[in-house]
Design a protein around this ligand. Structure first.
Ligand code: AOF
Ligand code: ZN
Length: 361
């Protein structure tokens, strides 16, 4: 159904979409290329939520050349009035003759309605060109809409023997500057950065994006069962930071509100934070991708609860020895048949360190 030229145009649209990697949250990254008589007459991408969608930017660039042209869009054009008006209507008005999309929009407000509108207007619509690439680019947006949970990525920095800190807690720094900078690129693409109270008390991290050119900072989320977080924690220096607790006094909730942070009390039956509900809540808050940078307890608990999709592990070429902290607190296994199987998604050097991206199927 698709010719080599179609692939070339969609591939270009995907490259444009990727320019929105750090900026479009909570919207998807979307690119659009408009082609007439084999020539690109306009292109664009979605830069940030509230601003025009990819198709509109491409249509503006194409002007009257859009008449009778084919639009290649990495996501089904929208049909709804959100922060911006529907792209399907704009494409129809501009006289586009054919639309090729990579994937259907999983947003229930769209979900096929965009393509239907185009077809009703007599526009030919083809769907599914380079679908795997398009879905990968919006892995969190797809996860949020299809399973009502964000895509959750756990970052770990370890020695080659898998240790993340000394017995006394000291962990700065095991991996290289290059690895730490690389970690900031994962932060930058995330809608939220999550940590636990243990890390807050031990390291007082800021949990902000540095070393990456971006105009937005992800939401900071702290899992803190007994709401012990100090009011002057660096991770709370902002507006609207979220703290999930299992129990809390009204006084502490008010004090946190006064410093601009929201507490959400959500206990499970063991009086810990209900992690499943927490992730569903984050999805309700339009969080697509969560980056977890926590200790072995929270990271392990999230894995045990079946909430982690991806591990990003940096291994530094050094040994720390067995009397040190491991990566993940998981229940003891007595049968190796029960071990958790992973798939290796990516493997590369980052400076002197090794980066492994493993996925939990
Ligand atoms: C597109 N092209 O470039 C994007 C789309 O609130 P709004 O108006 O920005 O709408 C956001 C929704 O529109 C988003 O959840 C997704 O369904 C769609 N995003 N659609 O055709 C774009 N960013
Ligand atoms: Zn749109």
């Amino acid at each position: 159904m698709f010719a080599p030229a179609d692939h070339a145009h969609m591939s270009q649209a995907l490259q444009l979409a990727e320019k929105g990697l750090y900026g479009t949250s909570p919207n998807p990254r979307v690119g659009c290329v408009i082609v007439r008589d084999g020539r690109i007459v306009g292109s664009g991408w979605h830069e940030r939520a509230g601003e025009p969608h990819a198709e509109i930017n491409a249509l503006v660039a194409a002007g009257t050349a859009a008449q009778g042209a084919t639009a290649y869009v990495t996501l089904e054009p929208c049909s709804h009035h959100g922060r911006t008006p529907p792209c399907a209507e704009a494409l129809i008005k501009a006289g586009i003759a054919k639309v090729v999309t990579a994937m259907t929009d999983p947003n229930p407000l769209v979900a096929g309605r965009g393509s239907a509108l185009l077809e009703q207007a007599g526009i030919e619509v083809q769907t599914g060109l380079m679908e795997a690439e398009a879905k990968a680019l919006n892995i969190g947006f797809v996860a949020r809409h299809t399973r009502k949970r964000p895509w959750v990525r756990v970052k770990i920095a370890a020695s080659l023997d898998g240790k993340t800190a000394l017995g006394n807690g000291s962990s700065q720094w095991i991996t290289s500057e290059a690895a730490r900078r690389d970690g900031h690129r994962f932060r930058a693409r995330s809608c939220a950065i999550m940590t636990g109270i243990g890390t807050i008390l031990a390291d007082d991290p800021q949990l902000i994006v540095r070393h990456v050119e971006t105009f937005r900072q992800p939401l900071r989320v702290v899992v803190d069962s007994r709401l012990e977080i100090p009011l002057d924690a660096k991770a709370l220096r902002g507006e609207g930071e979220l703290v999930f607790a299992a129990a809390a006094s009204e006084g502490k909730i008010t004090a946190l509100r006064d410093v601009g942070a929201h507490s959400i009390v959500m206990p499970d039956k063991n009086e810990n934070v209900d992690l499943v509900k927490m992730m569903q809540t984050l999805a309700d808050f339009e969080i697509n991708e969560v980056m977890v940078e926590a200790g072995s307890k929270l990271s392990g608990a999230l894995i045990s609860a079946g909430l982690v999709d991806e591990l990003v592990i940096y291994f530094a070429p050094c040994l720390i020895g067995d009397v040190a902290r491991g990566m993940l607190q998981l229940p003891e296994l007595t049968d190796l048949a029960d071990k958790r199987a992973l798939t290796i998604h990516d493997l590369r050097m980052v400076g002197p360190d090794i980066r492994v991206i493993a996925r939990i199927p």
